[in-house]
Write a protein that binds this ligand. Structure first.
Ligand SMILES: NC(=O)c1ccc[n+]([C@@H]2O[C@H](COP(=O)([O-])OP(=O)(O)OC[C@H]3O[C@@H](n4cnc5c(N)ncnc54)[C@H](OP(=O)(O)O)[C@@H]3O)[C@@H](O)[C@H]2O)c1
Length: 214
């Protein structure tokens, strides 16, 4: 499978590397392919990994991953070109965070809306699935925790798209839990803040969520 990753930050590069380890071909999209992190990533990544503009990555991918700073997301989607993502699965990893100097981040959208829903509105012809947003990038691929694998909650309007993302998550080492339509992102995005608060309080960033059931 060809994967277009919109975003060259930690998440974009970690997920890009993970997809290549699973044998997929990846193009990372960025406004600046000459950026050191991007050049280093391409140099170290497996064969079949490349970088390009947001539009080139969107066009390249059979599926896309959206991993951009929230405040730059609308612009990144415009640069990617919604038509280049039409009909495709878009895995939305974004969190709509507002950062503060001496306090945890807060949400720019919440309760009655979410980044996931906004992304789906910006990409009306794409199949947006929220995933990966409630854990740090260091644990996104093959997580190992005492107590077994954590759960990845996912939300999206297209059942087939969620089946594909569930399979991808299994390959990444995550059981997926489908919580329904994309409006479920209203519940998943605050989990990121809970994850950050626990990390800040404990000074450890090695935690993830699991739903216990019998
Ligand atoms: N960091 C984590 O562990 C983690 C975990 C879960 C979810 N998330 C979420 O995942 C997303 C990515 O996080 P990150 O830490 O990898 O990186 P980030 O610093 O939040 O985002 C970097 C990406 O955003 C793009 N960007 C920034 N401003 C832009 C603008 N005005 N127009 C177009 N693109 C713009 C950058 O483009 P260029 O490449 O052109 O610079 C870069 O590709 C965020 O929404 C974050 O909340 C992060």
């Amino acid at each position: 499978m060809k994967v277009g990753i919109l975003g060259s930050g930690d998440v974009g590069r970690v997920l890009g590397t993970a997809f290549t380890k699973l044998g997929h071909e990846v193009k990372i999209g960025t406004r600046d392919t000459k950026k050191k992190e991007v050049k280093d990533w391409v140099a170290k990544a497996a064969q079949g990994a490349s970088a390009g503009t947001f539009a080139e990555a969107a066009t390249y991918g059979d599926i896309a991953v959206l991993a951009t700073l929230w405040t730059g997301t609308e612009n990144a989607i415009k640069l990617a070109g919604p038509k280049n993502l039409a009909g495709k699965i878009v895995i939305d990893v974004t969190n709509p965070l507002i950062f503060h100097e001496n306090a945890p981040p807060t949400l720019a959208l919440g309760h009655t809306d979410s980044a996931g829903e906004q992304v789906q509105r910006w990409l009306p012809n794409s199949r947006v699935v929220k995933a990966f947003n409630m854990v740090g990038n260091a644990h996104m691929f093959k997580p190992t925790f005492h107590g077994g694998p954590p759960d990845m909650f996912i939300a999206g309007n297209d059942a087939k798209a969620k089946e594909v993302v569930t399979k991808i998550l299994e390959d990444f080492g995550w059981p997926a839990m489908d919580i329904g339509g994309i409006e479920g992102a209203r519940l998943l995005e605050p989990l990121c803040i809970l994850w950050v608060i626990y990390g800040t309080k404990t000074g450890s960033w090695n935690h993830a969520f699991k739903m216990l059931r019998k």
